[in-house]
Design a binder for this molecule. Structure first.
Ligand code: ADP
Ligand code: MG
Length: 415
């Protein structure tokens, strides 16, 4: 694992909290609007003050010592992952009492610990509690509780056994089994459903940080979106967009958002297109280790996506033969639409879900002889099954400790 000190430059508050809000608990006024709705799907009622957010009835407030015990003193070998906010540790709690439990007993949790001080870190911590404390959906990670004590800011989630999509797509080791095409389609669909829920009329939240490291997988490859630190309420009334400081991750953020700070749900659609491209290609959105013209995955891949002859150039060589030509074209076309420069030409997430459902349900897998030939004679990408960069199987990935590698982190995107 890395040092756990990557820097995430903080954003403005995505909350409707009072401007005077500072560290520490604050009493809210009207709690009548904060009751959480029944699972599996519920929607938020905003705005809320910090006090209201922290009093969400379904969240447990943990002491720092409880989480220290639950994670065995934040043991470095229990690090599950690391983002801009801080490190995420594996821990155990009693499932009824929610007190620290012996490792291997009770309920497994993931504990995210903010590693930076300051107002913005606090705001992102609060944003996650605000959204995940209210939003309940099968494709969103469950927040169990939080800790607010002195300078400590932590979040406690359900544990996701297979970690992040990023780990599965890009982690390299000698025992690699790539994610299958059908798992890739299942994951793309699950992520799309989660985002579609956020964009739905009754929720209207813009996620703002769609990327493979924020897409978590349970033991059956079911997707749950995590990391709501940058989420923001969508435009209301007759407004077409929300104006924000530009936040997100290079390689994923939509071009018009980077240029203007105007945020819409179509910004998420673009970022989803980037993730879909990562899923299809097995390549990172940004990778300076690739040849110059391939640094930025979208710039490199886009010309191929609409070409029947060249579309396979984009596809991950490690899963060749697992999908049909028509499925490949359909998936490539969907990615291309999501990545339209003009937001209005991007589909909405409901349409994206519809197309991915067809791809996921399709039995039309495998390639014809011709297609096989076409695929197998294409130029090697250097990441084929025999390459030294083979990936580990999902099980192996789960069992292996997180490793450190260059990865994109969320930051303020300078325009
Ligand atoms: N609930 C969880 N279960 C398992 N692993 C997790 C969980 N939450 C986060 N992780 C791991 O930690 C990484 C960072 O988590 P994330 O919430 O994205 O943090 P940040 O806000 O710092 O970006 C994820 O990419 C994933 O590998
Ligand atoms: Mg993250």
């Amino acid at each position: 694992m890395g040092s756990c000190f990557s820097v995430r430059i903080k954003a403005e508050s995505p909350l409707h909290n009072d401007v005077n809000s500072t560290y520490g608990n604050k009493e809210g006024n009207d709690l009548s609007s904060t009751s959480s709705k029944a699972s599996p799907v519920s929607v938020p009622t905003t705005p809320r003050t910090e006090g209201e957010i922290l009093q969400s009835s379904n969240l447990r407030s943990f002491s720092f010592n409880e989480l220290k015990t639950a994670t065995r003193n934040f043991r470095p070998d229990s690090v599950l992952g690391e983002g801009g906010f801080g490190c995420v540790f594996k821990g155990w709690i009693d499932e009824r009492l929610f007190t620290a439990a012996k490792p291997g007993t009770g309920m497994v949790i993931a504990v995210k610990r903010l590693n930076q001080e300051g107002f913005q870190g606090h705001q992102e911590w609060l944003a996650e509690i605000n959204y995940l404390g209210q939003l309940h959906h099968p494709n969103l990670v469950k927040l169990v509780g939080y800790c607010l004590e002195d300078d400590h800011r932590l979040l406690v989630y359900e544990f996701m056994a297979r970690g992040s999509l990023e780990n599965h797509l890009f982690r390299r080791s000698s025992y690699v089994q790539p994610l299958s095409w059908s798992h890739r389609m299942k994951i793309a669909l699950g992520a799309a459903k989660g985002i579609a829920f956020l964009h739905s009329d009754k929720v209207q939240v813009i996620y703002r940080d769609v990327k493979s490291s924020n897409i978590l997988l349970d033991s059956n490859y079911n997707v749950k979106l995590s990391d709501f630190g940058l989420a923001k309420d969508g435009p209301t009334g007759d407004k077409s967009h929300v104006s924000t400081r530009v936040m997100g991750t290079y390689g994923y953020a939509a071009p018009e958002y980077m240029a203007t700070g105007h945020l819409t749900s179509k910004s998420d659609v673009y970022s989803f297109g980037v993730v879909l491209l990562e899923i299809l290609s097995g390549k990172r959105a940004m990778d300076k280790n690739r040849p110059g013209r391939e640094h930025n995955l979208v710039n490199w891949a886009k010309p191929y996506l609409t070409s029947k002859r060249k579309v396979f150039e984009v596809f991950d060589a490690r899963i060749q033969g697992q999908y049909s030509f028509s499925a490949a074209l359909k998936a490539a076309n969907l990615a291309n639409q999501c990545l339209s420069v003009e937001p209005k030409f991007r589909p909405n997430m409901v349409e994206v879900v519809r197309i991915l459902e067809q791809l996921h349900d399709s039995n039309d897998v495998g390639c014809s002889q011709n297609e096989h030939h076409r695929i197998s004679t294409r130029k090697s990408t250097g990441s084929g099954p025999n390459s030294k960069h083979r990936r580990m199987s999902a099980d192996e990935a789960c069992n292996e400790k997180a490793t450190s590698y260059p990865r994109p982190s969320t930051s303020r995107l300078h325009i």
